[in-house]
Design a protein around this ligand. Structure first.
Ligand SMILES: NC(=O)c1ccc[n+]([C@@H]2O[C@H](COP(=O)([O-])OP(=O)(O)OC[C@H]3O[C@@H](n4cnc5c(N)ncnc54)[C@H](O)[C@@H]3O)[C@@H](O)[C@H]2O)c1
Ligand SMILES: [Zn+2]
Ligand SMILES: [Zn+2]
Length: 361
């Protein structure tokens, strides 16, 4: 039977998004429908609209969301209607080689709904297998992680992508610990989550790098101990100066830009780690680096997908830290908007005016 709901769809490459009436099927076996309560606007949604992820238009955008389970399909036991959940794009299969080796965060076969949501009979591609700029969406049951409903949906939803990606990039992928020096390049929602995570675990030097002075001011509120405006100075030299000439133990690239990756590479101390969480466009190439520098400097270059998180482990923990006042999710929310405001939110994101615009339904 299904239901028709309002949703934000990107119909063609580079074109403004439209509000459409889409059809959401009733959940089949292993699936759930979720009434979306809030969904943040992530830069990755804009990447989809720009055709920078793939060409499978039309996209149903939105993937940083929380809401209430509406209905569950056959065999679903993990959630029941009414449960408050955060949606995730890492519903692990439990059976692939990565899962069987005890590394489910690298699952090669993550689950999404088998049925398709449609627009006038045309199958939609939901962003990151979620599609939550919609009054209701359809996901695999494993994509819905139950958390304490004392948290506001707008704050909780942020854990569904950007904040989890940044936090995990620093702590899971980069293994930042107490006393470490950390430099985070790009202080949007993702970068500031890396900064907040590094501060939370006791990194002693947390350097925020951006080309936007306002973003750097905000980064201080998240726990940055120093700021570097890369539009005004050489960030590599400045980070060395701020770390007694050594460079940072961990550099996090949260922009998605080869030149910034190169800066991260050289701003590290010997044997330091570069974590790349910013998403490159398909045409971008790795920066040219003398191979002797790669070898000679040691350490690690590590891409980070979703902060190497496990939603079932990390979402409830981060909600608890938030409710205890130790990891402030509300601080990431620059404005709340409705579904009609997504296109303007992209403009504001590109202009650097917001950290996170959050659609509240
Ligand atoms: N790997 C993942 O799992 C994952 C998850 C979510 C988002 N992302 C990606 O992370 C990146 C950041 O996302 P966001 O939502 O925080 O985006 P954002 O646009 O809010 O933030 C990007 C920041 O980078 C800054 N910047 C731009 N050029 C710079 C430069 N040359 N040097 C330093 N700073 C520069 C901008 O001023 C801005 O503050 C995006 O590429 C996004 O697609 C990755
Ligand atoms: Zn798996
Ligand atoms: Zn995202």
């Amino acid at each position: 039977m299904g239901e028709t709901v309002r949703a934000v769809v990107a119909k063609a490459k580079g074109e403004p998004v439209s509000i459409c009436e889409i059809e959401v099927p009733d959940p089949g076996p292993g699936e759930v429908t979720v009434k979306v309560a809030a969904c943040g606007v992530c830069h990755t949604d804009l990447h989809y609209r720009e055709g920078a992820i793939n060409d499978e238009f039309p996209f149903l955008l939105g993937h940083e969301a929380a809401g209430h389970v509406d209905a569950v399909g056959a065999g679903v036991t993990s959630v029941v209607p009414g449960d408050f959940v955060i949606l995730n794009w890492r519903a692990v299969c439990g059976q692939c080689r990565a899962c069987l080796r005890g590394r489910p965060q690298y699952c090669f076969d993550t689950r999404t709904a088998s049925q398709k949501m449609t627009l006038d009979g045309v199958e939609l591609s939901p962003a990151l297998g979620i599609g939550a700029f919609a009054e209701k969406t359809l996901v695999d049951a494993g994509q819905a992680t139950k958390v304490n409903d004392a948290v506001s949906p707008a704050a909780a939803g942020l854990l569904g992508c950007g904040v989890m990606a940044g936090f995990g990039a620093a702590l899971n992928t980069g293994a930042v610990g107490r006393g470490d020096s950390v430099a985070v390049f790009g202080c949007g929602g993702v970068g500031n989550a890396a900064i907040a995570g590094a501060a939370l675990v006791g990194a002693s030097t947390v350097i925020a790098v951006d080309v936007d002075a306002t973003k750097l001011e905000w980064a201080i509120d998240f726990g940055a101990t120093h700021t570097v405006d890369a539009s005004k100075c050489d960030p590599v030299e400045t980070i060395r100066e701020l770390t007694d000439g050594f460079g940072a133990d961990v550099c996090v690239e949260a922009v998605g830009n080869p030149q910034v990756l190169k800066q991260c590479f050289y701003a590290r101390d010997l044997a330091g780690t570069v974590v790349q969480v910013g998403v490159p466009s398909p045409g971008m190439m790795m920066p040219e680096l003398p191979m002797i520098d790669f070898f000679g400097r040691g350490g690690a270059l590590k891409p980070s997908w979703y902060g190497d998180c496990l939603p079932s482990r990390d979402f409830p923990m981060l909600v608890d830290l938030h409710l205890q006042g130790r990891f402030d999710l509300e601080r990431f929310i620059s404005e709340t908007i409705d579904l009609d405001g997504v296109e303007q939110a992209f403009t504001r994101m590109e202009a650097g005016e917001v950290l996170r615009s959050v659609v509240v339904l």
